[in-house]
Design a binder for this molecule. Sequence first.
Ligand SMILES: [Zn+2]
Length: 317
Amino acid sequence: MARWVVAADFGGTHLRAAVVAEDGTVGYRADRRTPAQASAGEMVGLVLDLLGEVVGASGVRPEAACIATAGLVNANEGKVIFAPNIAGFRDVVLTTPVAQRLGIPAFIENDASAAALGEFRYGAGRGTRHLLHATLGTGIGGGLVIDRRLYRGAQGLAGEIGHMVVDPSGPRCACGSRGCLEALVSGVAFAARARRLLEQGKSAVLKEIVGYEEPTGVHLFEAARRGDRASEAEIRNGGHFLGLGLGSLVNVLNPDAVTLSGGLLAMGEMLLGPMREAMRSMAYGAAGSALVRVGELGEDTGLLGAAAVAFERLELG
Ligand SMILES: [Zn+2]
């Protein structure tokens, strides 16, 4: 008989939940918009209702629950410490109320770490033993699978590759440092690069595309696609720094593969070409043989990642 868990993926726009079988089959699923404003208590209520609905309607009996969420998480205490894009998620213990409501063990995990284990079990990381996963979206996240297990580090912060400094004289990051990967190559970084080009009057194409909107990375990519050299140079420069970051990590960790997910992948070779080039240029010995693969789980990365964490927790007891 198939074993099931109930998995949830919470981000700044959507709260998703589903029952997932051990082989990665997704059963009944539900989806809510993330409320723009909510207290911690209201959010806990929403989470309990969502997971309760999924389990009730699914017709299966999940053995555990796992919530993957954006933000800082203390997995041992089952707590979201802070999630910048989710209202009410500040110092909230989620696992205890979920475990009480559903009568099964409940776990919580940072979404990028969960994504790593998801790609490892069900996606582009299948068949590897050591995997580095990078999420390339509004921010930059990462996760590590070492010896087929999710690696969390001492405080559960392992894999925060977005705050690896690759250019000490680079732009200021939201975390306070300078030249973090996230400050150079992320949705937020590309928006800042677009804004800078506009302020310097360096791109008429970009100016026309942005119009009266707030400049974004999507605008920058669109300008580059239309042949704007200045915009393309910004994206290529971001790709170069991404390669320096990932290449350094490959030299440290010697993974079998590096998997990538997230919205920035839409930039395709304009981003990934310079990234690969930088990785190749700095590869130390055989570390350079690590395969770079695009993730296979798409929109379900978070859900399948949460499910993978739940199954791993069950296996490890
Ligand atoms: Zn930072």
